[in-house]
Design a protein around this ligand. Structure first.
Ligand code: CA2
Length: 151
């Protein structure tokens, strides 16, 4: 089997399922992880699933993905809207990058309509709740091994 697909989730997503279910759904991050692992298994891939509330930790994990991952899925949460440093790290990757959001940020407050991460992403999946992560795994699996288009 090849390298795992790395799945990163950003700040506050450890609390998923505990508030704002009308926006983010009732499932916990452990439920989301189980969905990703099941979908990846069907597609012949494995998952490394991690969450952090810390920008530097997420950047360290993005850098790790340069050598250890076949693709990167990232829900940057609030850092997507603020972190040039995360964008800079993502731009060093030569593997597919899928940006993933539970909600559809484009349909919410103006400050959520832009993410720095999108500038480095191969593609974006938003608005399908926990299924966004599964769809991102599906998309990543389809891209692994394909040459990465550059902007
Ligand atoms: O829709 C998404 O996945 C977001 O990345 C979630 C972020 C938000 O800042 C982005 O604009 C869109 C917020 C994550 C909040 O985490 C939660 C904590 C508890 C319950 C639900 C979500």
């Amino acid at each position: 089997m090849g390298k795992p697909i790395h799945v990163l989730s950003g700040p506050n997503l450890n609390l998923l399922g505990t508030r704002e279910p009308e926006i983010y759904g009732h499932e916990t991050l452990a439920d989301v992880q189980a969905r990703c692992e099941a979908r990846a298994a069907v597609l012949g891939h494995t998952i490394l699933f991690r969450q952090s509330n810390h920008e530097g930790q997420l950047i360290d994990w993005v850098q790790e993905a340069r050598t250890d991952a076949s693709a990167l899925i990232i829900n940057p949460a609030g850092y997507g809207h603020t972190s040039v440093a995360l964008l800079d790290a993502l731009k060093t990757l030569a593997i597919p990058i899928i940006e993933c959001h539970l909600s559809n940020p484009a349909a919410r407050e103006a400050f959520r309509r832009e993410t720095f991460v999108s500038l480095a992403a191969t593609g974006v999946v938003s608005g399908f709740g926990a299924a966004s992560y599964e769809l991102a795994v599906q998309a990543a699996a389809g891209l692994i091994g394909a040459p990465r288009a550059s902007a």
